[in-house]
Design a protein around this ligand. Structure first.
Ligand code: ITT
Length: 211
């Protein structure tokens, strides 16, 4: 049985870009959200082997610490020509200073080493695994992806992380050139464009009242 989210929800992320998007996605559903940072919660070690298990680790840790339902996202970019890297290590490729300009340059360097110059050799997808954990250990989990190609040089200053390098299929602008509303691509713009918005649509279907 799926469980509905009611009352207060902890957003279990320490990434400001994700936090802003997760708050925006929740806003129309009238959920009272408080961030892990506001509650002074720590960051658990992400020891899972896939997005789904790392999302669960983060949601469970926050739900236990706050004694409230907690909502976590584990995400990353999967580059086909790099055998799926950086994947679940997407945050780590930016290093302790969270330098995503350097992380994007590293991807580009590896793509060039492999001679991946044309769009068909530069395909990639973002993945978002979302998990809501309750203090009694109940879990709800969903996952979605957004497909596209990697451009160089990066374009746009909106968004966060690898957004300026990612051109979603069927679009002429990178996520870095889109407003967050365009990146979500939710009604009336569409049925979900980003990995996170697409996963959130699935979560909303099972855990939230219709907006
Ligand atoms: P939390 O664990 O605290 O949520 P984090 O940044 O460490 O924050 P992840 O472990 O899930 O989160 O790392 C995912 C990385 O992938 C993240 O740091 C981003 O740089 C990148 N990423 C994920 N979603 C993205 C998006 O929508 N646009 C651009 N980059 C994204």
């Amino acid at each position: 049985m799926h469980r509905r989210i009611t009352g207060k929800l902890v957003i279990a992320t320490h990434n400001p870009g994700k936090l802003a998007e997760m708050k925006e996605l929740l806003a129309p559903h009238g959920i009272e959200a408080v961030s892990a940072g506001e509650l002074g919660l720590g960051e658990p070690e992400e020891t899972g082997n896939d997005f789904r298990s790392n999302a669960a680790i983060k949601a469970i840790a926050a739900a236990q610490a706050a004694r409230l339902p907690a909502f976590a996202d584990d995400s990353g970019i999967v580059v086909d020509a790099l055998d799926g890297a950086p994947g679940i290590y997407s945050a780590r490729w930016a290093g302790p200073t969270k330098d995503f300009t350097a992380a994007m340059a590293q991807i580009e360097r590896l793509l060039q080493e492999r001679g991946a110059a044309t769009p068909d050799r530069r395909t990639a997808h973002f993945v978002s695994a979302l998990c809501v954990a309750w203090p009694d250990d109940h879990l709800e989990q969903v996952e979605a992806r957004a497909d596209g190609t990697l451009v160089w040089p990066p374009r746009g200053t909106a968004g966060f992380g690898y957004d300026p390098m990612f051109l979603p299929d069927g679009h002429a602008r990178t996520f870095g050139e889109m407003t967050s509303i365009e990146k979500h691509g939710l009604p009336p713009l569409g049925l979900g464009l980003s990995h996170r918005a697409r996963a959130f649509v699935k979560l909303a279907e099972i855990c939230l009242e219709p907006r």
